[in-house]
Design a protein around this ligand. Structure first.
Ligand SMILES: [Mg+2]
Length: 383
């Protein structure tokens, strides 16, 4: 391992603020500053999907992304009863969001490569989601230079795209990612290597990427709230509690992360999910919806310029909200919608019998995702 290189890095993480809602406010000025919720149809409080993005005005009502849309509706109604403006619910225009995302990501990439100099062809950026990106800015030589570049990028995005983006700068991806969340919206948080532990210690443990509600609840039971609390546990104790993930947690609590920033379309994924109106275990119906999802996923995959996928993931959420995924990685990259439908169906069927559903629980939601995508056609691809 080239530890010297890993120890002297300057990494930035950029994350657009309340992205879907921000695009709606920008494109529809009459929505500006209003409580906006982009996500599933709330259906008068009986809707069954989730919130994709809430604007900051909606967050003031307690509405958050990934929250059930019915809960968001209740919070909006409570605000209305308190004399405040109820939230505007929008299904959202995902085609528009991926267009805008593309423009912003290219702008960042161009700005970084201009700074790098035209002689260097290898871009030091990695898109990590529709609204976030990592940049390896080690080439700037100092945290001051990196900060100046990020300020210019933020200014350019505000000027040209009328969107705000929050940034974190740190010695690795983990710290950059945690830092970008600290001063949203329109924030910039810089954490130098010598300040990493002081920066992390007072934060709630759940800011560590990978700690979801489940791990968070387990930590709570162990009276662990902050990263400082988490650091009191030995590696062995964490492994005993969380298995292999415990060892990752041990390193993350100390701000250690040597993963590299790499532009690789293999890490991207395209997925869709659907919450049913009624929980069901009707095979014909679920298969038909799975096929429709596969068509949507395949259309987006093609539209985003991808040629092949390697992994197909099917997710099922049962009526009791227990959620399970099955992933299948193909021997060779695949390029057709029929391979996707076939693989997705194979992964779905065990949820209808003892293999994945011994209690015959009804299904609330299904999702399909393709991963390990490539924009190049490979000789070994299946057609
Ligand atoms: Mg964001």
């Amino acid at each position: 391992m080239n530890s010297k290189k890993v120890n002297n890095r300057i990494i930035a993480h950029l994350d657009l603020d309340a992205f879907f809602a921000a695009v709606e406010e920008r494109d529809h000025p009459w929505l500006k500053g209003k409580p906006l919720v982009v996500g599933a149809d709330p259906n008068g409080g009986r809707g069954r999907g989730v919130v994709a993005t809430a604007s900051y005005a909606a967050r003031a009502y307690g509405i958050r992304s990934a929250m059930p849309i019915s809960k968001a509706w209740q919070l909006s109604e409570a605000a209305r009863r308190a004399g405040k403006e109820p939230a505007t619910f929008l299904l959202g225009n995902h085609r528009r969001y991926s267009e805008v995302s593309g423009v912003v990501m290219i702008l960042i990439g161009n700005r970084v490569s201009n700074q790098l100099g035209n002689l260097v062809s290898k871009l030091a950026t990695e898109q990590a989601g529709i609204d976030e990106m990592y940049c390896d800015l080690s080439f700037t030589g100092s945290f001051e230079n990196a900060e100046a570049l990020i300020r210019e990028i933020k200014k350019e995005i505000r000027g040209k795209e009328r969107l705000t983006i929050s940034a974190g700068i740190g010695p690795n991806k983990l710290i950059a990612k945690i830092a970008s969340e600290r001063q949203k919206p329109d924030g910039l948080t810089l954490v130098r290597p010598e300040n990493v532990q002081d920066f992390l210690d007072p934060l709630p443990a759940r800011v560590i990427p990978g700690i979801g509600p489940k791990t968070d609840a387990e930590l709570e039971k162990m009276y662990i709230r902050t990263i400082l609390d988490l650091r009191a546990l030995s590696r062995e104790e964490l492994i005993e509690q969380f298995g292999k993930w415990g060892s990752d947690l041990y390193r993350k609590a100390r701000g250690e992360d040597d993963s590299i920033v790499e532009e690789s379309d293999e890490i991207k994924s395209v997925g869709e999910q659907e919450t049913f109106e009624i929980d069901t275990l009707e095979l014909a119906f679920v298969c038909e919806r799975l096929n429709a999802l596969c068509s949507d996923v395949f259309r987006r995959f093609r539209r985003d310029g991808f040629k092949t996928f390697r992994t197909v993931v099917v997710t099922v959420r049962f009526a009791d909200f227990q959620t399970q995924s099955r992933a299948h990685t193909l021997k060779a990259p695949a390029a057709t919608g029929s391979v996707l439908r076939f693989e997705a169906l194979k992964s779905l069927l065990p949820f209808f019998d003892k293999r994945e559903n011994p209690e015959s629980k009804k299904i609330r939601l299904i999702g399909v995702r393709v991963e390990r995508l490539s924009k190049r056609m490979n000789d070994r691809s299946k057609f």
